[in-house]
Design a protein around this ligand. Structure first.
Ligand code: NAD
Ligand code: ZN
Length: 269
């Protein structure tokens, strides 16, 4: 029989009471309520200046037209710069700072920097950061907050070659160190909470499975069913900014209002 939303929230809270090591994996959905554009939806393929997203954000375009890649990422960064972390980013940062769990790791596919904006630290950014540049030659990185926007492409302070956005682009390999770090966290967590990701692509899709194989409980928070739902122990169907504050609330408040009409599939496997 299907549990009610309230029952699932309390079950997750009780799982978290016993947890020591918690891994949070986030995707674009956690930033949806901050208004970060996804460049998806609307039916058609996302385009900017008539060019498909995949073509603009590609390793090939870095070689062909680096100034255009910068223009595109400056445009995106300025949009992201207008966005504020939401209650989901905030509660995760607060829990991390509270040291309630002996290990609390944040791994994200997002490049928007909103976890850090909320005060989180040591975030593993699987796809890089829109706030950082990296050198084409020596890979030195530098914060774009320190580089004026008219310096395009930015020049590497170490070797004086050009720099590019420090983001994993289409056609590029994943950053080995970040992926390895995330896999190690997945192997040793007791609870893995997957928030706002369709969890379709490697390595994000693999992390909850590694955690599960290592005995962890998998909790999914997503408005929709995903490829991971059948593997999750509990799937909470709701918005990240509503659900995360509820599950991390330390005590049940009599005034706690649950979103109405929420149904969840609770899958014990
Ligand atoms: P995705 O677009 O494939 O999936 C987003 C998921 O979030 C969906 O399953 C959707 O149902 C869910 N969702 C939407 N709103 C939600 C909400 N309010 N609360 C909870 N869940 C919600 O995103 P992905 O899995 O992260 O993969 C997309 C790729 O695009 C990644 O590579 C990512 O780097 C990139 N991307 C990043 C950003 C960003 O940095 N904010 C934004 C868009 C895309
Ligand atoms: Zn360099």
């Amino acid at each position: 029989m299907e549990n009610s939303y309230a029952e699932d929230i309390s079950q997750v809270k009780s799982i978290l009471t016993d947890a020591r090591s918690v891994l949070i994996l986030t995707g674009a959905g956690i930033s949806a309520e901050s208004g970060v554009p996804t460049f998806r939806g609307g039916g058609g393929a996302p385009v900017w200046r008539g060019m498909p997203f995949e073509q603009l954000s590609s390793a090939e375009m870095v070689e062909k037209d680096l100034p255009l890649v910068w223009e595109w990422f400056d445009y995106r960064r300025n949009l992201v710069g207008e966005c504020e972390p939401n209650a989901a980013h905030q509660v995760l940062a607060t829990v991390q700072q509270s040291e309630r769990f002996s290990d609390f790791s944040l791994v994200t596919q997002n490049i928007d920097g909103l976890h850090q904006g909320a005060g989180a630290s040591d975030v593993i950014e699987l796809h890089g950061s829109i706030w950082q540049a990296s050198c084409l030659s020596c890979k030195t990185t530098q914060s774009l907050r320190e580089i004026p926007e008219d310096e395009r492409p930015p020049i590497c302070p170490e070797c004086f070659d050009s720099m590019r956005p420090d983001v994993i682009l289409f056609g590029e390999a994943m950053p080995v160190q970040a992926v390895y770090g995330a896999q190690k966290k997945a192997e040793k967590c007791d609870v893995c909470i997957v928030v706002g990701t369709s969890a379709l692509v490697y390595p994000a899709a693999e992390l909850p499975l590694i955690a599960k194989q290592s005995g962890a409980t998998i909790i999914e928070i997503n408005q929709e069913e995903t490829g991971l739902s059948s593997q999750a122990n509990i799937s909470l169907r709701g918005k990240a900014a509503e659900v995360l504050p509820l599950i991390f609330a330390e005590n049940d408040s009599p005034n706690l209002r649950l979103p109405e009409n929420k149904k969840v599939g609770s899958l014990d496997s």
